[in-house]
Design a binder for this molecule. Sequence first.
Ligand code: NDP
Length: 458
Amino acid sequence: MSTFDYQFFVVGGGSGGVRAARIAAGFGARVAIAENFRYGGTCVIRGCVPKKLLVHAAHFSADFADAEGFGWSVPPAQFSWPKLIAGKNDQISRLSGMYESNLDRSGVTVLHGSARLLDPHTVDLDGKRFSAEHILIATGGIPFLPSIPGIEHAITSNEVFDLAELPRRVLIVGGGYIAVEFAGIFRGLGAEVTMAYRGEQILRGFDDDLRQHLHDEMVANGIRIVLHSDVKGIERQQDGTLSVAVSGAAADTHNVDAVLYATGRVPNTEGLGLAEIGVTLDKKGGVVVDAMGRSTVANIFAVGDVTNRIALTPVAIREGAAVATSLFGPAPMAADLTTVPSAVFSQPPIGTVGMSETEALKHYAEIDIYRADFRSLRHSLTARRERTLIKLIVDAASQRVVGAHMIGADAAEIIQGVAIAIRMGATKADFDATVAIHPTSAEEFVTLKEKTTRKRHD
Ligand code: NDP
């Protein structure tokens, strides 16, 4: 019997930490978990969940406009930001409460406070000390803000969910997940939106066709995208508005009501005392771990965003489950992250799994590309010009589908099923042999008979 207060002490009550704690307790371990904010972590409190609610809210403006083509006369709609935020707050409070009560029901000791490691087996929680055989760091990430003059006037994804009112004009800095998602949210809710991105195209790392397609759709929806741009400074004017100097290809001064920085996130390790006790951190402060989630101190583990690898909730959950099972379950296991699908809840949304065309060309001698770019049936009766793009990337030699990408309505819902096929190693012939569901957009995944092009690695 271990003489420690706990066999497993989890620091951080987000997706990864909570899953690890509950699984460890399920195996009979004595487990405690500590959180210094609200249980649920970024995803539940100020990430995936509230963001998706806002995405739904934003989509109604398009739905009201499209209804006319189907015979509806819709009176001018009124939108209340405070009502949306109140509803969102109720929902996240409910979920956060559920996280705590589920932990409690699983037999985990639920603690509140800020943790600091004093040595590899001692956690200080706001002055109270606990000894622990194994410790899991699951403290997630925090927004990264570059230091430019006036950056204190900017908000991040931490504040955006609790604004007192909907800003009329917004400047969004960055071109990644959060930037494109919030551009769509604010635009759908009626704001004037400008995105300033330093690179040549938004969503670096995604398939180039998706990037261009989303760019075109966002512009068609009235979002201004300024590429190759750099924010030089932000000044607050006497009337409370913000003046933002942007340099680059389209140098300009933008007068807006809010500036949202979505310039990436960094691991949340400050103040945990990790480096002091020998835990190696990478240059962004992320905990360096092996395939089993073990840090350079043998009894200290880390999962999720704090490890600075794939910053996605379902990944953190897998990693948390793997660490807890390895320590207290029947056999050691590593999280299998060979094919991680993901979605961007932009408008229209993106669903993607496997390699982009550029990545595939680096891995395979020859690839076949299949594409369908079409206007969905729904939009045959609306004034919207929105198009859907579906793309398959196939290794020419083995005929395995190595990438599947979609931008269009319900892409996130559709790609989840496609991801199962890709993970199982489905070939193009398997896709072709699957009977279509008609009429859908998803059926294009199984009816792409003619290849668009074959490309060779050079
Ligand atoms: P991303 O890494 O997706 O994007 C960051 C953006 O900011 C990039 O466009 C980057 O440009 C730009 N940038 C970085 N540093 C600077 C700088 N100093 N000045 C100007 N621009 C800069 O981060 P996000 O903040 O959007 O999201 C964080 C993470 O959260 C995501 O990577 C994702 O893992 C996760 N997330 C997932 C979601 C989902 O699954 N739907 C939704 C939201 C977040 P460049 O491309 O040139 O590097």
